[in-house]
Write a protein that binds this ligand. Structure first.
Ligand SMILES: Cc1cc2nc3c(=O)[nH]c(=O)nc-3n(C[C@H](O)[C@H](O)[C@H](O)COP(=O)(O)OP(=O)(O)OC[C@H]3O[C@@H](n4cnc5c(N)ncnc54)[C@H](O)[C@@H]3O)c2cc1C
Length: 287
């Protein structure tokens, strides 16, 4: 049984902030509710006021702005994101990663903003957002501000959001070069489970290969030292070195899903595989 709480559907950004400030520690924002309601049900959280963000203008919109890239409302359900033509064609890695979240029923409600605000180290959209160098556009007591995705995650369950502040939109900057992205997620089951290890690789036509890891550190991480190895060399030896560097940069824990040792081993294996697949995909795209 759910413990009782007040449910309020905010009609504007200002109202959402005002409600959150008034509720203080007893307030919680709600988007799809796929995580929040489970936690309330399990009594991990006991909010007094739940503030639904979905009715705020722009929260569920996907817009392409000239020179600005793509701007995705934070409450956009993942299934809508996955089906969006612009997302699929320009930010395919994000669509691929979002497609691995839960089940089709979960993805019908789960939002992009909820996925990152949860700040789970295993959040599936996070590695792709790190590689696209997304900007998190927030709204809070002082109005709007921009947080670079690399500065958004502060630890398990912790973000850079301040009191009364919520994720309003996510901006994906324009990628000027042709690219090919790969997301490899290892779970205990093939679906409806969080990652034990996840690796995202994005190969760019100019020669850059971007790499990010999920579930193997307190936050999702970009592994720039591993990327640097691939700057001028992309042969088998360089891929092996980059994968070993990714392993060194990972700092996983042992938990019910897997041991630290297994996670480290799989980080190396999956990083090498993701790099190879991303490079092969880019080469095929160029033909
Ligand atoms: C069966 C099941 C399977 C799952 N599988 C996966 C999986 O494979 N991969 C994965 O990454 N996740 C998974 N999840 C977790 C969850 O579904 C996702 O993280 C989802 O994207 C959360 O989005 P939501 O809109 O439902 O968030 P909500 O449940 O509405 O909110 C989640 C948290 O974020 C806060 N919040 C929501 N929106 C905002 C906002 N705009 N600004 C600030 N704070 C906000 C809420 O207060 C709450 O603390 C799973 C959950 C379940 C129940």
């Amino acid at each position: 049984m759910l413990l009782p709480f007040d449910y309020v559907r905010a009609r504007s950004r200002e109202e959402a902030v005002d409600l959150a400030l008034r509720a203080g520690a007893g307030g919680r924002f709600l988007a799809g509710g796929t995580d929040l309601l489970v936690r309330i049900h399990d009594r991990q959280l006991r909010p007094k006021v739940v503030i639904d963000l979905k009715g705020i203008e722009g929260m569920q919109a996907i817009n392409s702005c000239d020179g600005e890239g793509l701007v995705v409302g934070a409450a956009t359900p993942l299934n809508r994101l996955i089906r969006d033509e612009l997302v699929r064609s320009r930010y395919g890695l994000l669509a691929e990663a979002a497609h691995t979240v839960g089940s089709v029923q979960i993805r019908n409600r789960a939002s992009l903003g909820g996925n990152i605000s949860n700040a789970s180290p295993a959040a599936d959209t996070a590695p792709a957002l790190l590689l696209y160098e997304a900007e998190i556009l927030t709204w809070g007591p002082s109005g709007g501000r921009k947080i670079l995705i690399g500065e958004f995650f502060k630890g398990p369950g912790a973000t850079a959001l301040g009191e009364g502040e919520f994720v309003f939109k996510v901006r994906l900057p324009i990628l000027k070069e042709r690219s090919f992205g790969v997301y490899l997620k290892l779970g205990r089951t093939r679906a409806v489970d969080l990652a034990i290890v996840s690796v995202a690789a994005l190969a760019l036509e100019g020669g850059e290969v971007r790499l990010a890891l999920g579930a193997v550190a307190p936050t999702p991480i970009r592994v720039r030292e591993a990327e640097a190895i691939l700057r001028n060399r992309k042969d088998k030896e360089a891929i092996k070195e980059a994968a070993a560097a990714a392993r060194r940069l990972a700092a996983p824990i042992s938990d019910i899903r897997a041991s630290r040792e297994y996670r480290l081993e799989m980080t190396e294996v999956l990083t090498a595989r993701a790099i190879e697949q991303a490079l092969a995909g880019l080469a095929a795209r160029a033909r």
